[in-house]
Ligand binder design. Structure first.
Ligand code: BF8
Ligand code: SF4
Length: 623
C-alpha cells in the first residue's frame, strides 16, 4: 500500500512522497493499481440494468444485441443520461431544500444566522411573486422562504425563477413543453419515465432530461445561491489563498468539506469564539485554522475569504499531511476512503448530515436550530485531537487569489453603485477588445492528470476571452495563479486593457457548483443589456467542464444547453456508445435549443472548439 504515486500534480505528489504519507492508499494509488480504464459498456451509456431480465449490454446496430425487452441503444443511453441528470438535479436541489429550511428558521429567529442582504431579499421576493412593499424584513424573509419551499412540491404551472430568463428563451421552453413545474416533480417524473417499459422514444426522454435540468439551474441551484446570499451575504471581491499550504503547523486544522454552507458558516462562527480559541491555546495550539475542501470551500471562500486547502482530488491528500485534526463533511463528493486514511493519523472524520454517514467516521448530527452548539462541539473534538498529532508534512504551496465575483459584483465593478450595468462588458465585446466569454466549471478527476483547466484558461485569455469559473475548476485555476489581477498580463492585448482598467483577474471566480446559476443570470443580463442578440444562444459565450466527474456536472451541462449556451465536456461522455443518442445531444439540440454539447479531450481541443464557437456567434451578430 501507499508509496510515491506517479501523479502529475506536483504538490499532491510532494505530500504523498513524504514520510507521514507512507503506507497510505489514496485515489492516486487506486488509479495506478486498477488502471484508469473504466467499464466500456457502462461508460458509453448502453448498459441497462433497469430491470431483472437484464442487465443487458446493448450494441447499436447489432440486431441480436438489443435489450431483452427490445430496448435499443438510443433508448438506453437516453434513459441512463436522464437518470444522471435526475441525480444531479436531486443533489443540488436537496442542498437547496436544506438552505431554504435554514432560511425559514432564520426568518423566525431560530438560528444564529441573519438576513444579511436585505436588498437582495426584496429583489428575490419580487421574482417569487411577493410584493416586498412595507413588509418588515423578518416577515418578508418568512414569505420568501415559504414560497421558495413550495417550489419543490409544486405540481403544476412553472417555477418562479423561470421568468428571469430572456423572453425568447421562455418562449422556446413553452413551445417545447420543457418548462419545469416543480423541482421534486421533475426528478420523480424522470425516474418514472426511465423505469422499465415507460418512455421509450429517446428524443422524448431527452426532452424530460432538459426539463429536469432546468429545474436544477433555474430552480434548485438558483434558490440555493440566492437564499445563501441573502442569509450569509452576497459575495464581493475578496483576497485569500488556496492550496495545501494553507494548513498550519501551529494551529488546530479543521477542514470543512462537502457543499452546504449552513454547516461551514456555523463552524466559522465557532472558530472565532474567544472561549474556543482559549481552549485551543490550552492544548498548545495558536488557534483554530479553518480551511475549505471542494464546494463548501468555495462557499466560505467567496463570502468570508476563508482559505481553501484543496479541491476534490486533494481531499485525501489534505489528510496525509498529518496536520488535520478533523475533517468535517456533509454531502456530495466526499470519498469513502477518508476514514481509512484518517486511521493512519490522529484525524477524526466527522459526518454531519442526516443524509450521509460513512463507516469509520464519527457522526455528529447537524441541526440549524442548534447550529452553533453543534459547531462548537465539533471544534472541541478537533482541539482534543491536537495533542495526539504525529509526523506532519505541510507543503509550502499556496497561492493568492481574488474571488467573490457574484453577478452583483460584476455589475458593480462595471459602473459603480449608481451606474451598475453590463454595458461596458457588452461594449467591449462589440468593439472586439473582448472576443467573448467562457465558463470553465466542474470537477477535477484522477483519470486525467493534466492540468487541462489551466492550459485551457491560459489559451482562452490569451485570445481575449474572459473566463468565468466555479467549483473545483476554480480552485485549480486559483492554484495556478490565474485568479489574481497580476495574471492579467497573460491576457491578450484587448482583454488586458479592460482588466487593468478595473483591476480584476482574467478569470473570475463565481463560486460553488450551485453558483453556476450566477452564470445563467449574468448571461441573461448580457442579453437584456442589448447589442448581443435577443437570447442566450446569440451570445459569444460557451461553457466547459474538462474534467467532469460527478452527476451534478451533467445536470449543469444539460441546463446550460437547454438555456442556449453550448458546453464542451470531456474527456469522455456518457452516451457515446449510441450514435443516435449522441447525435441528438451534439446536433439536434442545436436546432431545437440553439446550443449543443461537444466532446473534447485535450486542452488545445477544448480551446479551439470554444474559440471557434465564440467566433461563429460573433459573425452571426455581425461583429
Ligand atoms: O459541486 S466541482 S468535484 S465539489 S461536483 Fe464535486 Fe465536482 Fe468539485 Fe462541488 Ni461540483
Ligand atoms: Fe434489459 Fe430492457 Fe430490462 Fe433494460 S429494461 S435490463 S434493456 S430487459
Amino acid at each position: 500500500n501507499g508509496g510515491c504515486p506517479s501523479i502529475q500534480c506536483l504538490v499532491n505528489r510532494e505530500v504523498l512522497c513524504q514520510e507521514p504519507a507512507q503506507g497510505v492508499t489514496t485515489a492516486a494509488h487506486r488509479v495506478e493499481k486498477r488502471g484508469a480504464t473504466p467499464c466500456l459498456f457502462g461508460q458509453g451509456g448502453t448498459c441497462c440494468r433497469n430491470c431483472n431480465m437484464g442487465p443487458c449490454q446493448i450494441i447499436e446496430g447489432v440486431e441480436e444485441m438489443i435489450g431483452i425487452c427490445g430496448a435499443t441503444a438510443s433508448t438506453v443511453a437516453a434513459r441512463n443520461f436522464a437518470r444522471i441528470v435526475a441525480a444531479g438535479t436531486a443533489s443540488h436541489s436537496d442542498h437547496a431544500r436544506e438552505t431554504v429550511l435554514a432560511f425559514i428558521a432564520t426568518a423566525k429567529g431560530e438560528t444564529p444566522y441573519e438576513i444579511k442582504d436585505t436588498l437582495k431579499l426584496r429583489r428575490m421576493a419580487a421574482w417569487l411573486g411577493i410584493d416586498p412593499a412595507e413588509k418588515d424584513i423578518q416577515q418578508l424573509a418568512l414569505e420568501v422562504g415559504e414560497t421558495a419551499l413550495a417550489e419543490f412540491g409544486k405540481q403544476e404551472g412553472s417555477l418562479h425563477f423561470i421568468r428571469r430568463a430572456p423572453q425568447k428563451r421562455q418562449e422556446i421552453w413553452q413551445e417545447l413543453g420543457v418548462v419545469p413545474r416543480g423541482i421534486d416533480r421533475e426528478v420523480v417524473e424522470t425516474m418514472h419515465r426511465t423505469h422499465m417499459g415507460v418512455d421509450q422514444d429517446f428524443r422524448h426522454i431527452f426532452r424530460q432530461a432538459a426539463r429536469c435540468a432546468l429545474a436544477d439551474g433555474w430552480g434548485g441551484s438558483m434558490l440555493a445561491t440566492e437564499l445563501q446570499d441573502i442569509m450569509f451575504g452576497t459575495p464581493v471581491p475578496i483576497r485569500t489563498v488556496v492550496n495545501l499550504g494553507v494548513l498550519k503547523e501551529d494551529m488546530v486544522n479543521i477542514t470543512v468539506h462537502g457543499h452546504e454552507p449552513v454547516l461551514a458558516e456555523a463552524l466559522a462562527m465557532a472558530a472565532q469564539d474567544p472561549e474556543i480559541i482559549a481552549e485551543a491555546k490550552k492544548v498548545g495550539a495558536k488557534g483554530i485554522n479553518l480551511a475549505g475542501i471542494c464546494c463548501t470551500g468555495n462557499e466560505i471562500l467567496m463570502r468570508r475569504g476563508i482559505p481553501i486547502a484543496g479541491s476534490f482530488v486533494q481531499q485525501e491528500i489534505a489528510l496525509t499531511t498529518g496536520a488535520v485534526e478533523a475533517m468535517v463533511v456533509d454531502v456530495q463528493c466526499v470519498m469513502q476512503s477518508l476514514p481509512e486514511i484518517a486511521r493512519c493519523f490522529h484525524t477524526e472524520v466527522i459526518t454531519t448530515s442526516d443524509r450521509a454517514e460513512i463507516v469509520g467516521a464519527t457522526h455528529v448530527p447537524f441541526d440549524h436550530h442548534r447550529a452553533l452548539e453543534v459547531a462548537k462541539d465539533i471544534v472541541r473534538r478537533a482541539i482534543a485531537r491536537f495533542p495526539k498529532r504525529g509526523k506532519v508534512y505541510i507543503p509550502k504551496a499556496k497561492m493568492d487569489v481574488v474571488a467573490g465575483f457574484s453577478h452583483e459584483t460584476i455589475l458593480y465593478i462595471q459602473g459603480g453603485r449608481f451606474r451598475a450595468s453590463y454595458k461596458p462588458l457588452n461594449d467591449n465585446i462589440i468593439n472586439g477588445r473582448i472576443l467573448g466569454v467562457a465558463a470553465i466549471v466542474g470537477c477535477d478527476n484522477f483519470r486525467i492528470q493534466d492540468e487541462v483547466h489551466v492550459e485551457l484558461a491560459k489559451e482562452l485569455i490569451a485570445n481575449n476571452v474572459l473566463v468565468l469559473t466555479t467549483g473545483c475548476a476554480a480552485t485549480g485555476l486559483g492554484r495556478a495563479g490565474l485568479l489574481s489581477p497580476e495574471a492579467a498580463e497573460l491576457a491578450g492585448e484587448g482583454l488586458r486593457e479592460v482588466l487593468e482598467a478595473v483591476g480584476c483577474p482574467p478569470v473570475l471566480h463565481m463560486g460553488s457548483c450551485v453558483d453556476n446559476s450566477r452564470i445563467l443570470i449574468a448571461a441573461t443580463e448580457m442579453v437584456r443589456t442589448g447589442g448581443l442578440g435577443e437570447d442566450i444562444s446569440d451570445l459569444p459565450a460557451i461553457g466547459c467542464a474538462p474534467q467532469w466527474m460527478s452527476e451534478k456536472a451533467i445536470a449543469i451541462g444539460q441546463y446550460f444547453v437547454a438555456s442556449g449556451a453550448s458546453v464542451v465536456f470531456g474527456p469522455t461522455f456518457p452516451t457515446t456508445k449510441s450514435q443516435e443518442a449522441t447525435d441528438h445531444l451534439f446536433k439536434e439540440m442545436e436546432e431545437i435549443y440553439g446550443a449543443r454539447w461537444f466532446l473534447a479531450k485535450e486542452a488545445k481541443d477544448f480551446a479551439s472548439i470554444m474559440i471557434d464557437q465564440i467566433r461563429q456567434k460573433r459573425k452571426a451578430l455581425g461583429l
